[in-house]
Design a protein around this ligand. Structure first.
Ligand code: B12
Ligand code: SF4
Length: 500
């Protein structure tokens, strides 16, 4: 019996940017008695179905965007006599769907760390339950990933999680509802041990796959203090102290080890935090800017963000402290107007962002936005290929709409075309070249240009373009530049433990 773990994807690039962490966490949670799990990440290459035999256990992890491909894999694996298990955020939200459309024998909801060995054992014994509740595992029970299972030479960045859950409640995001609002912070030793292991394998770039690296804002401390809530204040202070402790430990690693994380812009309120990030070599951070107007921020329940000139200043603080920002913006909010696109481009330029992504508002299940939308359109939802758009992930990729909720003043195509134009402007060669000044050497500058182009091909052209010719072109292009790009990220592996 072989245990398979499959990360589904319709598009394969040959080389991946970031290791999909769940594959290697569940790989580690697979008991040794069942042998070495066979890991397939379809963002590299499509699954070879001939590797699946009757009696095998096939674990498929799905988020909303890749659920349909996941269902194709599950159905085919079941037809080959395998036991099919689904997990991941989408299966957690729609367990019945995986059974109806994806050939699931069972579905794991929530975290897989603790429950996965039980599922395999039950599958082997023939006592499989239709559902397993993995719940929200405490941070001290998070299973460290097995990086020895990585295919050699395929990824640019490793990924290590330091905190799960986020205390905010943005309307387009499901994290605070599925992972919870209580930050679950991993112990410093376990995080550092994994990073060292990745470094030994020649990775010097590591993405901290966190929901929010700054889980305690100064306002949270002030609130607990005002309320006279001593226990909460203590708890928040200790979470914060642990962050600083982690950063101090990262600062002791070889200086060429570079980190990237996801963080709210609140972190700019505390220069000591940003300084600690710089010392820890956390050089980049994805910041959810979402909107540049106060109305837009209200649309997404993100009033802790800044708008207008305050926003530009806040983002520049990161830059001034040596933390480069990948700004994430959303287009298609009800308050957006045609002028919003230029205003956003302008902020992206002036705020000194290193990278940016401009996504179109997509109602993801499990979010406040999705629930309101589903309720509003009810049974009258438009259909594409017979599928209501409130189940957009089931619509074949090539027919999937790019914009879902009707906008008060713009047509879907206008929003799509204007979004594409903002990507085009931000990633024009001239602008990339100007931005690449943030690097120190010519080699690093060229690397910056290549990476900017790759990022754009992988995330914009395959996601926003409507014609399949453009998508295919972007896919071919990304495949072509991904390999040389990866070489820019490798380092000479650190010596093995005995040699340090
Ligand atoms: C890091 C991250 C990224 C990184 C790296 C992605 C990568 N290659 O790993 C980047 C920045 C590239 C990224 C991009 C995107 N992301 Co993202 N990302 C995350 C984040 C913060 C952490 C993921 C992670 O590694 N977690 C650590 C692992 C160990 O946890 P896990 O994946 O949840 O797996 C556990 C369980 O789910 C379960 N499990 C998972 N699979 C399986 C399978 C089986 C068989 C079993 C038993 C259990 C199981 O067990 C695991 C261990 O406990 C999550 C938020 C989150 N909390 O999940 C968002 C998240 C997954 N991303 C999200 C989105 C929307 C995106 C984008 C579409 C954003 C965009 N608009 O471009 C893109 C899509 C990229 C793509 N094509 O896959 C959404 C997905 C929502 C949804 N309903 O699908 C999330 C949940 C964030 C959110 N705001 O809601 N992302
Ligand atoms: S978008 Fe970011 S800040 Fe908002 S709830 Fe999600 S993880 Fe937290």
């Amino acid at each position: 019996m072989t245990v398979h773990l499959v990360n589904p994807s319709h598009l394969s690039f040959g080389v991946g940017v970031i290791t999909p962490r769940w594959l290697f966490v569940l790989g580690a949670a697979t008991p040794a008695a069942y042998g070495t799990p066979r890991i397939t990440d379809e963002t590299l290459e499509a699954l070879d179905f001939d590797t699946i035999s009757p009696g095998d256990v096939v674990g498929i992890g799905i988020h909303t965007g890749n659920a349909l491909r996941g269902y194709e894999i599950g159905t085919a694996a079941r037809a080959r006599g395998a036991t099919v298990v689904y997990g991941g955020i989408h299966a957690t939200l729609y367990p019945e769907e995986a059974a109806e459309l994806g050939g699931a024998h069972t579905v794991v909801r929530g975290d897989g760390d603790v429950v996965w060995p039980i599922v395999i054992e039950d599958a082997v014994k023939g006592t499989l339950q239709p559902r397993y509740e993995g719940g929200r595992v405490d941070a001290d029970r998070f299973v460290p990933a097995r990086w020895d299972l990585l295919p050699a030479g395929r990824y640019m960045w490793g990924s290590v999680q330091t905190v799960r859950g986020c205390p905010k409640h943005c309307s387009f995001c499901s994290v605070w509802r599925t992972d919870g609002q209580k930050p679950r912070q991993r112990g410093v030793d376990s995080v550092v041990a994994e990073i060292i292991e990745l470094r030994r394998q020649g990775f010097r770039f590591v993405a901290l796959a966190d929901d929010n690296f700054y889980p305690v804002a100064l306002a949270d401390l002030a609130m607990a203090e005002r309320q006279g809530n001593v226990a909460r204040l203590e708890q928040l202070r200790s979470l914060r102290a642990e962050r600083f402790e982690l950063m101090a430990r990262l600062a002791e690693l070889p200086r060429d080890t570079v980190f990237f994380t996801q963080i709210t812009m609140e972190a700019a309120e505390d220069p000591s935090f940003l300084d600690a990030m710089r010392k820890a070599n956390i050089k980049g951070a994805l910041v959810g800017i979402e909107a540049v107007t106060p109305e837009g921020l209200k649309d997404v329940y993100k009033s802790f963000n800044k708008a207008g000139e305050d926003l530009v200043q806040r983002l520049r603080v990161f830059r001034d402290h040596g933390v480069y920002v990948l700004g994430s913006f959303i287009f298609g909010l009800p308050s957006d107007r045609p002028a919003t696109f230029d205003a956003t481009s302008d902020v992206a330029d002036r705020a000194g962002l290193a990278f940016a992504q401009f996504v179109m508002l997509t109602p993801y299940p499990g979010t406040v936005d999705f629930e309101a939308w589903e309720k509003r359109v009810g049974t009258t939802a438009d259909r594409v290929q017979g599928i209501p758009i409130t189940r957009h992930w089931l619509i074949p990729q090539q027919y999937r709409p790019k914009v879902y909720a009707p906008h008060p003043v713009m047509t879907p195509d206008e929003i799509r075309a204007r979004t594409q134009a903002v990507w085009d402007r931000f990633y024009s060669l001239r602008r990339i070249w100007v931005r690449s000044r943030c690097t120190r050497t010519l080699k690093a500058r060229l690397a910056f240009v290549l990476l900017s182009k790759l990022y754009r091909q992988m995330y914009a052209n395959t996601g926003i373009a409507t014609d399949s010719a453009r998508v295919n072109r972007a896919n071919r292009w990304a495949r072509l530049i991904a390999k040389p790009c990866r070489r820019l990220f490798v380092a000479r592996p650190l010596p093995a433990p005995g040699n340090v």
